[in-house]
Design a protein around this ligand. Structure first.
Ligand code: GDP
Length: 366
């Protein structure tokens, strides 16, 4: 899973990215500080891994991972090549989801590019650039589909009809995810939509960068962002990037102490990762052995062969069967042999839909 971080300059993108990845890339009060898209891989915290390792102590534990790409440089006019423009739009096209950081913190020392703190206006500035970019994609795809539809191409006719639904939405200043959230597209159209690679069709998780004091109880700015997110089928996670960057510097014991002192249970990454998983319809299953205990990310509804294919692409075609048990089985019986003896180790075939938290062994052929 790969998420791209976008947002106006000076809203706290680099601060958050650094905190989440502890990559140590520079963060200055300076627009365009992050010139190259920075990629970081962050582990997704999951308490179930701790439970499994209590019973099956492995040599290593590998949590699920979220790839974060810090995409700076989207400013007014980006779709026309303004600022660092087009280069960055192309980076957004390749990510699974967008983390849109919006400034909800007040700080007179930190310049806001538009002079005042207004997250909805900020969202609209970025969205406008992304919509203009999609509109250009729609316009050229429309011409092509119209040409091909004339010669009787059935596929082109369907594409033309779909594009004719997208075009007015964008022209009206709404992202394509609103069209998706409205439920008016059928499954065929949703599938076809993917092939166009529209940026505004991607799910957005708004990250409201708030003051430390605003982490408890939702302020008016965050409420407005939340209303916006709900309209488009998205979500919002309040985070204090500054606090996260301080937490990231500490060792485990000090971090726990600091979290407690500010009344938080966990660093923001855990909440962010959970929200991103939910938004994208992802879940985890586990593999567990003496060598490693590991979490794997799959879409909800993935079958056992598809889940095996995440470990190794060959496994999907060579899948024979899966042996599956649950975390509860492990807690109750304490070891795999006892689970097997109790008749709880299920043999599942190709049609089995893997459930969140399943612990699996895959048997594959040559
Ligand atoms: P970017 O341009 O969006 O990447 O923004 P940066 O991460 O470089 O942050 C811009 C400035 O805002 C830096 O000086 C940060 O220290 C500061 N900043 C970031 N997050 C917060 C926050 O939650 N509260 C306050 N007061 N300042 C912040």
């Amino acid at each position: 899973m790969e998420a791209g971080i976008v947002g106006l300059p000076n809203v706290g993108k680099s601060t958050l990215f650094n905190a989440l990845t502890s990559a140590g890339i520079p963060s200055e009060n300076f627009p365009f500080c992050t010139i190259e898209p920075n990629v970081g891989v962050v582990p997704v915290p999951d308490g179930r891994l701790d439970t499994i390792t209590q019973y099956i102590p492995p040599q290593k534990v590998i949590p699920a991972a979220l790839r974060l790409v810090d995409i700076a440089g989207i400013v007014k006019g980006a779709s026309e090549g303004e600022g660092l423009g087009n280069k960055f739009l192309s980076h957004i096209r390749s990510v699974d989801a967008i983390l849109h950081v919006v400034r909800c913190f007040e700080d007179d020392d930190i310049t806001h590019v538009d002079g005042s703190v207004d997250p909805i206006r900020d969202i609209e500035v970025i969205d406008t650039e992304l919509m203009l970019s999609d509109l250009a994609t729609v316009d050229s795809a429309l011409q092509k589909a119209a040409r091909n539809a004339k010669s009787g191409d059935k596929d082109a006719k369907a594409r033309l009809a779909l594009l004719q639904k997208c075009q007015p939405v964008l022209a009206e200043g709404k992202p394509i995810r609103n069209l998706i959230a409205s439920g008016s597209l059928d499954p065929e159209e949703l599938k076809a939509l993917k092939s166009f690679g529209f940026i505004t069709a991607k799910q957005v998780l708004y990250v409201a960068n708030v003051d430390e004091d605003d982490l408890h109880g939702e302020g008016e700015l965050v409420s407005r962002v939340r209303a916006r997110a709900e309209e488009e089928g998205g979500a919002v996670v309040p985070v204090c990037a500054k606090l996260e960057s301080e937490l990231a510097e500490l060792d485990d014991a000090d971090r726990d102490e600091m979290l407690e002192s500010v009344g938080l249970e966990e660093p923001a990454l855990a909440a962010l990762a959970r929200a991103a998983y939910k938004l994208l319809g992802y879940q985890s299953y586990f593999t567990a052995g003496e060598k490693e205990v590991r979490a794997w990310t799959i879409p909800i509804g993935a079958t056992a062969p598809q889940a095996a294919g995440v470990i190794h692409t060959d496994f999907e075609a060579k899948f024979i069967r899966a042996e599956v048990y649950t975390l509860d089985d492990l807690v109750q019986h304490k070891e795999e042999k006892a689970i097997r003896d109790a008749g709880k180790l299920r043999a599942e075939g190709k049609a089995y839909v893997v459930q969140d938290g399943d612990i699996c062994h895959f048997l594959t052929g040559a």
